[in-house]
Write a protein that binds this ligand. Sequence first.
Ligand SMILES: [Zn+2]
Length: 120
Amino acid sequence: MLVAAGPGSTQRPDDFNWTVDGELVSLPIDTCDCPDCGCERAVAGLASCKATTTFTVVDNPILDADDYVAAFSDALKRQGWVQRGDEAVAAQWARKHLRHAARFSPGQTLEVRNGEVRAR
Ligand SMILES: [Zn+2]
């Protein structure tokens, strides 16, 4: 699963990380037009609601795929991204994150650029 990368994962001068190390993250749901914001290249921590430009993959032995989808969906609901009746959309979004994570090795530092998840 995709989680916030720890301190030291930021490598570029314009990187930022305001998340809690290891928390689940969501790819950008919505972005603004401001060129200085950085929201288009940041993921959001599902617990802190704060952003980071770097994240990584972990194999979590405790959280299976169904629990992950439930935790992910609950977080989006708490944050107001999911309205009643849209639970299936949230679950679909969560599963998309699992598919992204499956493409990379645990510990690899990742970024999102132009909507694409890629290794650094
Ligand atoms: Zn923005």
